[in-house]
Design a protein around this ligand. Sequence first.
Ligand code: SF4
Ligand code: SF4
Length: 366
Amino acid sequence: MSKVPETASPADTAAPSSANRCAYPWQQMIIDLTGEVVPCCFWSGYSNFGTPLGNTNERSLAEIWNGEGYRQLRRALTENTLENHPCGNCAAYRWANGQFPRFGWPVDFAPEQKYCFSGPIPEKFGRHAEQSGTPALLFENGIPLPYPDSQHQEIRDLGGGRYSVWKGWLYFSTPDNSDPCSNGRHYQLRCGDLTAPLGNLHRDSKSGQNLVQAYEEYLNGVEVVSAKPSMISLISTADCNIDCPACSQNMVRLTRVQHRPETVPDVLDHLPYLQQLIWHGGEPYLIARFRKLVDEYQREDNPNLAFGFTSNGTMITAAEAEADQVPADQCFNLGRQLRSGNFRADQSRRQIRSGDDELARPSRIT
Ligand code: SF4
Ligand code: SF4
Protein backbone atom coordinates (compact mmCIF):
# COMPACT_ATOMS: atom_id res chain seq x y z
CA MET A 1 0.00 0.00 0.00
CA SER A 2 1.41 3.38 -0.92
CA LYS A 3 1.26 6.07 1.67
CA VAL A 4 0.84 9.76 1.04
CA PRO A 5 1.03 11.94 4.13
CA GLU A 6 -1.49 14.74 4.27
CA THR A 7 0.87 17.17 5.90
CA ALA A 8 4.30 18.39 4.94
CA SER A 9 6.96 16.11 6.31
CA PRO A 10 8.74 17.45 9.40
CA ALA A 11 11.96 16.36 7.76
CA ASP A 12 11.20 18.83 4.97
CA THR A 13 9.83 21.62 7.11
CA ALA A 14 9.45 22.09 10.85
CA ALA A 15 8.64 19.46 13.46
CA PRO A 16 4.97 18.42 13.53
CA SER A 17 2.82 20.53 15.77
CA SER A 18 1.68 19.37 19.21
CA ALA A 19 -0.61 20.98 21.76
CA ASN A 20 0.79 24.43 21.20
CA ARG A 21 0.89 25.87 24.69
CA CYS A 22 4.13 26.76 26.40
CA ALA A 23 4.93 24.21 29.12
CA TYR A 24 7.40 26.27 31.14
CA PRO A 25 4.83 27.75 33.56
CA TRP A 26 3.99 24.16 34.56
CA GLN A 27 7.60 23.07 34.77
CA GLN A 28 10.27 25.65 35.31
CA MET A 29 11.64 28.19 37.78
CA ILE A 30 14.74 30.26 37.01
CA ILE A 31 16.25 31.91 40.08
CA ASP A 32 18.87 34.63 39.80
CA LEU A 33 21.28 36.07 42.35
CA THR A 34 18.78 38.65 43.58
CA GLY A 35 16.30 35.85 44.34
CA GLU A 36 14.02 36.91 41.51
CA VAL A 37 12.14 34.09 39.81
CA VAL A 38 11.09 33.98 36.15
CA PRO A 39 9.61 31.08 34.14
CA CYS A 40 12.13 31.15 31.29
CA CYS A 41 15.01 33.14 29.85
CA PHE A 42 12.70 34.71 27.24
CA TRP A 43 10.48 36.30 29.87
CA SER A 44 12.63 39.33 30.61
CA GLY A 45 15.25 39.05 27.86
CA TYR A 46 15.34 39.23 24.09
CA SER A 47 13.40 42.57 23.96
CA ASN A 48 10.89 41.32 26.49
CA PHE A 49 10.01 43.02 29.77
CA GLY A 50 8.25 40.47 31.94
CA THR A 51 8.48 41.25 35.65
CA PRO A 52 9.57 38.60 38.18
CA LEU A 53 6.92 36.18 39.41
CA GLY A 54 8.31 36.21 42.94
CA ASN A 55 11.46 36.52 45.00
CA THR A 56 13.05 33.78 47.08
CA ASN A 57 14.20 36.43 49.58
CA GLU A 58 10.58 36.92 50.53
CA ARG A 59 8.87 33.62 49.89
CA SER A 60 9.59 29.93 49.55
CA LEU A 61 9.74 28.24 46.14
CA ALA A 62 6.43 26.49 46.87
CA GLU A 63 4.73 29.80 47.67
CA ILE A 64 6.03 31.39 44.47
CA TRP A 65 5.19 28.33 42.36
CA ASN A 66 1.49 28.70 43.14
CA GLY A 67 1.60 32.44 43.85
CA GLU A 68 -0.26 35.12 41.96
CA GLY A 69 2.45 35.54 39.28
CA TYR A 70 2.54 31.89 38.19
CA ARG A 71 -1.24 31.54 38.48
CA GLN A 72 -1.83 34.56 36.22
CA LEU A 73 0.72 33.29 33.73
CA ARG A 74 -0.87 29.82 33.54
CA ARG A 75 -4.30 31.44 33.13
CA ALA A 76 -3.11 33.73 30.32
CA LEU A 77 -1.59 30.84 28.40
CA THR A 78 -4.58 28.57 28.91
CA GLU A 79 -7.04 31.27 27.85
CA ASN A 80 -4.67 32.53 25.15
CA THR A 81 -4.97 36.12 26.34
CA LEU A 82 -1.47 37.11 25.31
CA GLU A 83 -1.96 40.61 23.95
CA ASN A 84 0.51 43.00 25.63
CA HIS A 85 1.86 40.02 27.51
CA PRO A 86 5.50 38.82 27.55
CA CYS A 87 4.37 35.47 26.11
CA GLY A 88 2.81 37.35 23.20
CA ASN A 89 6.32 38.54 22.36
CA CYS A 90 8.06 35.24 22.96
CA ALA A 91 11.39 34.83 21.17
CA ALA A 92 11.28 31.05 21.65
CA TYR A 93 7.99 30.95 19.76
CA ARG A 94 9.38 33.02 16.89
CA TRP A 95 12.60 31.01 16.67
CA ALA A 96 10.63 27.75 16.54
CA ASN A 97 8.39 28.96 13.70
CA GLY A 98 5.29 29.36 15.81
CA GLN A 99 5.80 26.49 18.23
CA PHE A 100 5.88 27.21 21.97
CA PRO A 101 8.31 25.20 24.10
CA ARG A 102 6.92 21.71 24.62
CA PHE A 103 6.65 19.78 27.85
CA GLY A 104 10.17 18.62 28.59
CA TRP A 105 10.72 15.12 29.94
CA PRO A 106 12.40 11.85 28.98
CA VAL A 107 9.53 10.79 26.72
CA ASP A 108 10.34 10.98 23.03
CA PHE A 109 6.94 11.95 21.68
CA ALA A 110 4.27 14.61 22.13
CA PRO A 111 0.65 15.19 21.11
CA GLU A 112 0.34 16.00 17.42
CA GLN A 113 -3.38 16.16 16.52
CA LYS A 114 -6.37 14.41 18.07
CA TYR A 115 -5.36 10.73 18.64
CA CYS A 116 -1.97 11.14 16.98
CA PHE A 117 1.34 11.51 18.83
CA SER A 118 4.64 12.07 17.13
CA GLY A 119 8.33 12.19 17.83
CA PRO A 120 11.70 11.80 16.14
CA ILE A 121 13.05 8.28 15.70
CA PRO A 122 16.44 7.66 17.34
CA GLU A 123 19.03 8.45 14.68
CA LYS A 124 20.97 5.18 14.85
CA PHE A 125 17.78 3.17 14.66
CA GLY A 126 16.51 5.21 11.68
CA ARG A 127 19.78 4.64 9.79
CA HIS A 128 19.65 0.93 10.46
CA ALA A 129 16.03 0.67 9.27
CA GLU A 130 16.81 2.60 6.11
CA GLN A 131 19.91 0.59 5.25
CA SER A 132 18.41 -2.79 6.03
CA GLY A 133 15.14 -2.13 4.19
CA THR A 134 13.37 -3.97 7.01
CA PRO A 135 10.13 -2.34 8.20
CA ALA A 136 10.24 -0.71 11.63
CA LEU A 137 7.48 -2.02 13.88
CA LEU A 138 6.04 -0.39 16.99
CA PHE A 139 5.37 -2.37 20.18
CA GLU A 140 3.30 -1.41 23.24
CA ASN A 141 4.31 -3.35 26.35
CA GLY A 142 5.89 -5.94 24.03
CA ILE A 143 2.81 -6.39 21.83
CA PRO A 144 2.93 -5.16 18.23
CA LEU A 145 0.47 -2.39 17.39
CA PRO A 146 -2.04 -3.53 14.79
CA TYR A 147 -1.86 -1.06 11.90
CA PRO A 148 1.60 -0.14 10.60
CA ASP A 149 2.03 2.11 7.58
CA SER A 150 -1.26 3.95 8.17
CA GLN A 151 -2.40 7.17 6.58
CA HIS A 152 -1.56 10.09 8.84
CA GLN A 153 -5.08 11.49 8.77
CA GLU A 154 -6.45 8.09 9.85
CA ILE A 155 -4.00 7.99 12.73
CA ARG A 156 -5.33 11.37 13.86
CA ASP A 157 -9.04 10.69 13.29
CA LEU A 158 -9.38 6.99 14.11
CA GLY A 159 -6.36 6.16 16.23
CA GLY A 160 -6.76 2.60 17.46
CA GLY A 161 -3.09 1.62 17.18
CA ARG A 162 -2.52 3.01 13.68
CA TYR A 163 0.98 4.25 13.10
CA SER A 164 3.47 5.34 10.50
CA VAL A 165 7.24 5.67 10.34
CA TRP A 166 7.93 8.52 7.98
CA LYS A 167 11.13 10.38 7.16
CA GLY A 168 12.76 10.05 10.55
CA TRP A 169 9.55 10.56 12.53
CA LEU A 170 7.04 8.25 14.15
CA TYR A 171 3.33 9.10 14.04
CA PHE A 172 1.21 6.80 16.16
CA SER A 173 -1.90 6.23 18.22
CA THR A 174 -2.55 3.74 21.00
CA PRO A 175 -5.01 0.81 20.66
CA ASP A 176 -7.45 2.40 23.15
CA ASN A 177 -6.60 5.97 22.17
CA SER A 178 -5.18 6.69 25.61
CA ASP A 179 -2.37 9.22 25.97
CA PRO A 180 0.93 7.30 25.64
CA CYS A 181 2.71 10.04 27.61
CA SER A 182 0.77 9.22 30.76
CA ASN A 183 -0.87 5.78 30.35
CA GLY A 184 2.14 4.10 31.97
CA ARG A 185 2.88 1.74 29.07
CA HIS A 186 6.23 1.25 27.40
CA TYR A 187 6.78 1.79 23.70
CA GLN A 188 9.53 0.35 21.61
CA LEU A 189 10.48 0.34 17.93
CA ARG A 190 11.96 -2.83 16.52
CA CYS A 191 13.69 -3.43 13.22
CA GLY A 192 15.09 -6.93 12.84
CA ASP A 193 17.07 -7.51 16.02
CA LEU A 194 17.58 -3.80 16.76
CA THR A 195 15.26 -2.20 19.32
CA ALA A 196 14.85 1.42 20.35
CA PRO A 197 12.84 2.38 23.43
CA LEU A 198 10.85 5.58 23.02
CA GLY A 199 11.88 7.56 26.04
CA ASN A 200 13.53 6.67 29.28
CA LEU A 201 11.17 7.94 31.94
CA HIS A 202 11.49 6.16 35.30
CA ARG A 203 7.85 6.41 36.27
CA ASP A 204 8.07 4.79 39.69
CA SER A 205 10.40 7.42 41.12
CA LYS A 206 9.23 10.62 42.82
CA SER A 207 10.39 12.64 39.83
CA GLY A 208 8.61 10.29 37.41
CA GLN A 209 5.34 10.60 39.31
CA ASN A 210 5.80 14.34 39.60
CA LEU A 211 6.38 14.63 35.85
CA VAL A 212 3.25 12.64 34.99
CA GLN A 213 1.24 14.82 37.38
CA ALA A 214 2.75 18.00 35.90
CA TYR A 215 2.04 16.80 32.38
CA GLU A 216 -1.64 16.19 33.13
CA GLU A 217 -1.96 19.58 34.84
CA TYR A 218 -0.24 21.22 31.88
CA LEU A 219 -2.58 19.55 29.36
CA ASN A 220 -5.63 20.53 31.43
CA GLY A 221 -4.41 24.09 31.99
CA VAL A 222 -4.58 23.74 35.78
CA GLU A 223 -3.84 27.05 37.48
CA VAL A 224 -3.04 25.95 41.04
CA VAL A 225 -0.87 22.90 40.55
CA SER A 226 -0.09 20.02 42.86
CA ALA A 227 3.00 18.94 40.91
CA LYS A 228 6.21 20.59 41.99
CA PRO A 229 8.49 22.35 39.50
CA SER A 230 10.38 19.79 37.46
CA MET A 231 13.04 22.12 36.06
CA ILE A 232 15.06 24.59 38.13
CA SER A 233 17.84 26.85 36.99
CA LEU A 234 19.81 28.56 39.71
CA ILE A 235 22.46 31.26 39.75
CA SER A 236 24.03 30.81 43.14
CA THR A 237 27.12 32.99 43.23
CA ALA A 238 29.04 35.55 41.21
CA ASP A 239 32.26 34.70 43.08
CA CYS A 240 35.05 33.00 41.22
CA ASN A 241 38.60 31.75 41.79
CA ILE A 242 39.71 33.42 38.56
CA ASP A 243 39.63 37.07 37.69
CA CYS A 244 38.81 37.31 34.00
CA PRO A 245 38.76 40.95 32.88
CA ALA A 246 35.81 40.45 30.55
CA CYS A 247 33.72 38.37 32.95
CA SER A 248 30.02 39.21 32.65
CA GLN A 249 29.74 38.77 36.42
CA ASN A 250 32.30 41.47 37.31
CA MET A 251 29.73 44.17 37.95
CA VAL A 252 27.42 41.76 39.76
CA ARG A 253 30.32 40.72 41.99
CA LEU A 254 30.96 44.32 42.94
CA THR A 255 27.37 44.84 44.05
CA ARG A 256 27.69 41.77 46.32
CA VAL A 257 24.06 41.01 45.64
CA GLN A 258 23.03 37.56 46.91
CA HIS A 259 19.86 35.67 47.55
CA ARG A 260 19.18 34.70 51.15
CA PRO A 261 20.78 31.53 52.60
CA GLU A 262 17.46 29.66 52.58
CA THR A 263 17.31 29.65 48.77
CA VAL A 264 19.84 26.91 48.00
CA PRO A 265 18.49 24.43 50.61
CA ASP A 266 14.99 25.11 49.29
CA VAL A 267 16.17 24.23 45.76
CA LEU A 268 17.92 21.10 47.02
CA ASP A 269 14.74 19.99 48.80
CA HIS A 270 13.19 19.83 45.32
CA LEU A 271 15.93 17.57 43.97
CA PRO A 272 13.98 14.26 44.19
CA TYR A 273 11.19 15.77 42.05
CA LEU A 274 13.30 17.41 39.37
CA GLN A 275 13.92 16.32 35.85
CA GLN A 276 16.50 19.05 35.31
CA LEU A 277 18.71 21.15 37.55
CA ILE A 278 21.08 23.69 36.00
CA TRP A 279 23.49 25.35 38.42
CA HIS A 280 25.24 28.50 37.22
CA GLY A 281 27.94 30.74 38.71
CA GLY A 282 30.44 32.44 39.00
CA GLU A 283 32.19 29.27 39.99
CA PRO A 284 29.82 26.80 41.65
CA TYR A 285 32.70 24.63 42.94
CA LEU A 286 33.32 27.38 45.52
CA ILE A 287 30.05 26.42 47.15
CA ALA A 288 30.27 23.63 49.69
CA ARG A 289 26.70 22.47 49.03
CA PHE A 290 27.41 22.21 45.33
CA ARG A 291 30.53 20.07 45.89
CA LYS A 292 28.62 17.86 48.28
CA LEU A 293 25.91 17.35 45.67
CA VAL A 294 28.38 16.49 42.91
CA ASP A 295 30.37 14.17 45.17
CA GLU A 296 27.45 12.37 46.77
CA TYR A 297 24.77 12.26 44.09
CA GLN A 298 23.66 8.73 43.34
CA ARG A 299 21.68 7.78 40.28
CA GLU A 300 19.08 6.00 42.39
CA ASP A 301 18.41 9.26 44.26
CA ASN A 302 16.60 10.49 41.19
CA PRO A 303 16.93 8.40 38.01
CA ASN A 304 15.28 11.06 35.83
CA LEU A 305 17.56 13.91 36.84
CA ALA A 306 19.70 15.67 34.25
CA PHE A 307 22.14 17.87 36.12
CA GLY A 308 24.10 20.56 34.35
CA PHE A 309 26.41 23.25 35.63
CA THR A 310 28.71 25.94 34.35
CA SER A 311 32.26 25.76 35.67
CA ASN A 312 35.67 27.01 34.66
CA GLY A 313 36.82 23.47 35.41
CA THR A 314 39.84 24.43 37.49
CA MET A 315 38.59 22.69 40.61
CA ILE A 316 37.53 19.49 38.94
CA THR A 317 39.85 16.72 40.03
CA ALA A 318 41.96 14.80 37.53
CA ALA A 319 39.72 11.76 37.86
CA GLU A 320 36.61 13.81 37.23
CA ALA A 321 38.25 15.55 34.30
CA GLU A 322 38.49 12.26 32.43
CA ALA A 323 35.24 12.25 30.51
CA ASP A 324 34.92 8.50 30.90
CA GLN A 325 35.13 8.88 34.67
CA VAL A 326 31.67 10.39 34.65
CA PRO A 327 29.26 7.53 34.04
CA ALA A 328 26.97 8.37 31.15
CA ASP A 329 24.00 6.89 32.96
CA GLN A 330 24.34 9.49 35.69
CA CYS A 331 23.07 12.09 33.24
CA PHE A 332 25.76 14.51 34.31
CA ASN A 333 26.39 17.11 31.67
CA LEU A 334 29.86 18.15 32.64
CA GLY A 335 30.57 21.48 30.99
CA ARG A 336 34.26 22.12 31.25
CA GLN A 337 34.75 25.45 29.59
CA LEU A 338 38.29 26.27 30.53
CA ARG A 339 41.32 24.30 31.63
CA SER A 340 43.68 26.68 33.36
CA GLY A 341 47.09 25.92 34.75
CA ASN A 342 47.63 29.17 36.55
CA PHE A 343 48.92 29.15 40.09
CA ARG A 344 45.83 30.43 41.78
CA ALA A 345 43.67 27.83 40.13
CA ASP A 346 46.03 25.00 41.06
CA GLN A 347 46.24 26.23 44.61
CA SER A 348 42.52 26.63 44.99
CA ARG A 349 41.85 23.21 43.48
CA ARG A 350 44.23 21.54 45.87
CA GLN A 351 43.02 23.37 48.92
CA ILE A 352 39.32 23.29 48.29
CA ARG A 353 39.09 19.73 47.03
CA SER A 354 41.20 18.50 49.95
CA GLY A 355 38.67 19.95 52.35
CA ASP A 356 40.41 23.24 53.10
CA ASP A 357 37.71 25.76 52.41
CA GLU A 358 39.85 28.82 53.06
CA LEU A 359 39.57 29.92 49.47
CA ALA A 360 35.85 29.34 49.50
CA ARG A 361 35.35 31.94 52.18
CA PRO A 362 34.83 34.78 49.75
CA SER A 363 31.73 32.93 48.63
CA ARG A 364 28.78 34.01 50.72
CA ILE A 365 26.94 30.78 50.05
CA THR A 366 27.34 27.82 52.37
S1 SF4 B 1 5.61 31.58 26.13
FE1 SF4 B 1 7.75 32.25 25.87
S2 SF4 B 1 7.95 33.99 27.30
FE2 SF4 B 1 6.08 32.86 27.89
S3 SF4 B 1 6.77 31.41 29.49
FE3 SF4 B 1 6.87 30.35 27.51
S4 SF4 B 1 8.99 30.60 26.76
FE4 SF4 B 1 8.60 32.12 28.36
S1 SF4 C 1 36.03 31.79 34.94
FE1 SF4 C 1 34.02 32.47 34.25
S2 SF4 C 1 32.94 33.16 36.10
FE2 SF4 C 1 35.14 33.03 36.58
S3 SF4 C 1 35.91 35.10 36.27
FE3 SF4 C 1 36.24 33.96 34.36
S4 SF4 C 1 34.44 34.35 33.10
FE4 SF4 C 1 33.94 34.95 35.20
